[in-house]
Write a new protein. Structure first.
Length: 319
C-alpha cells in the first residue's frame, strides 16, 4: 500500500511539474506523430474509410489529428455519428457547430430509424438504454455506405476489453470482433487487407491515456462540449451514481437533487453518470483527473451490467 501511495504521488508530481516542460511536450509529439502516421495509413490502404464521431473529447482529438494529417486538403473520409436519439443536447449542438466550422461531410446513423425498421428492439424497463443498439445501427450504416475501415477514438486505458484491441482491429463479414483472431502488429506495420464485406476498426489514439487527451486539448486549445465543465443540473442517485434527469428516464419516487456536476465521458443520457465537480477550465479538469480514485468508465451504467459487458458489445459490432 505504501509503495502504491508513493507511485501515485510521483505520478501527480510528474504531471503537475512537467506538463509545461520539454519532457511532456515531447511525449505528446510522439503520440501525435504516431496517430498522424496511422491516419495516413488508413487513407493509403482503404477505399472507403470513415471517422466515427461521438462529439466527445477523443473524437474531437481525432478531428484535430486529421486536420494535421490532411490539411489543406479535405479529409479522405466522412465523419459518422451514430445517434441514439438520447444524446445530450449540448453534444449534438457542439457536433453541428464543429461540422460547420471544419466544413467536412457528416453522416448520421439513427438508432430511432433502426427501431422503426424493426432491425433494433427498444429495451424495456426503468433504466433501459439505447447504448447497445448503436452496434446495430453502426453495422447498418457500414453496409449502406460500404465502409471498409472505421476510425474510432478508443484508448487502451479505458476498459479491459479495449486493452485487447490491435490498432488495426479486424472485423468479419458480420461485423463481429474476435480477440483471438487478430493480426500481429510489428514495427508499426499495419495489415489492412480484407475481403469484401469485412472491415477494420482503426484506433489511432490507442496508446494515449485520458490525461494525454486532456493535455492535447489544452495544447491545441480545442473547443469541447459544455457538459465537460462544471454546471448546475438536476440529477437522481442510481446505484450510488448521479444521473441526469431527462425525458428519457422514467422517474417514480426518486428524489431529484440539484448538483454542480460535469461529465468525464459522452454517451447516452440514460447510462452516463455525472461527477460532482467545480472544474471550469482544462487545468481544473486535469488536476481533478490526477487526483481522482475512479476510472473514466466508472461512470457508465452500461459497463456495469456484467463483468464482460463491454467485450460482449464489441463482439457484436460495438465501437
Amino acid at each position: 500500500m505504501e509503495n502504491q501511495t508513493i507511485q501515485k504521488e510521483s505520478t501527480r508530481t510528474f504531471y503537475f511539474e512537467h506538463h509545461k516542460g520539454i519532457s511532456y511536450r515531447s511525449h505528446l509529439e510522439e503520440l501525435e506523430d504516431e496517430a498522424i502516421y496511422i491516419l495516413r495509413e488508413v487513407a493509403g490502404q482503404f477505399q472507403r474509410p470513415a471517422l466515427l464521431f461521438s462529439g466527445g473529447k477523443d473524437s474531437i482529438t481525432l478531428v484535430r489529428l486529421s486536420e494535421k494529417a490532411f490539411r489543406p486538403a479535405k479529409f479522405p473520409f466522412p465523419l459518422v455519428h451514430i445517434d441514439t436519439g438520447h444524446n445530450f443536447p449540448e453534444v449534438i449542438e457542439f457536433r453541428d457547430h464543429l461540422i460547420k466550422k471544419i466544413k467536412e461531410r457528416l453522416i448520421v446513423g439513427s438508432v430511432e430509424d433502426s427501431i422503426k425498421r424493426g432491425t433494433a428492439k427498444e429495451e424495456k424497463g426503468k433504466w433501459a438504454s439505447r447504448n447497445a443498439l448503436q452496434s446495430i445501427t453502426l453495422l447498418e450504416t457500414i453496409e449502406k455506405y460500404q465502409f471498409d475501415a472505421c476510425i474510432g477514438g478508443a484508448r487502451r486505458d479505458e476498459e479491459k476489453a479495449r486493452a485487447k484491441e490491435r490498432i488495426f482491429s479486424y472485423r468479419n463479414e458480420f461485423g463481429e470482433w474476435d480477440p483471438r483472431n487478430q493480426r500481429p502488429e510489428l514495427w508499426n506495420l499495419y495489415n489492412g487487407k480484407i475481403f469484401p464485406s469485412e472491415n477494420i476498426r482503426v484506433f489511432p489514439i490507442s496508446n494515449w491515456t485520458e490525461l494525454d487527451v486532456w493535455y492535447y486539448i489544452k495544447k491545441e486549445n480545442l473547443e469541447i462540449p459544455s457538459i465537460y465543465y462544471a454546471h448546475e443540473r438536476d440529477c437522481v442517485y442510481v446505484k450510488g451514481l448521479l444521473f441526469p434527469v431527462s425525458p428519457f428516464v422514467q422517474l417514480d419516487d426518486e428524489p431529484i437533487v440539484r448538483k454542480r456536476v460535469r461529465f468525464r465521458t459522452v454517451g447516452d443520457m440514460t447510462c452516463t453518470a455525472a461527477i460532482e465537480s467545480n472544474a471550469t477550465s482544462i487545468d481544473d479538469i486535469i488536476r481533478e483527473i490526477i487526483e481522482s480514485n475512479t476510472t473514466e468508465r466508472g461512470a457508465r451504467l452500461d459497463d456495469k451490467r456484467s463483468e464482460t459487458a463491454m467485450e460482449d458489445r464489441k463482439k457484436g459490432g460495438y465501437f
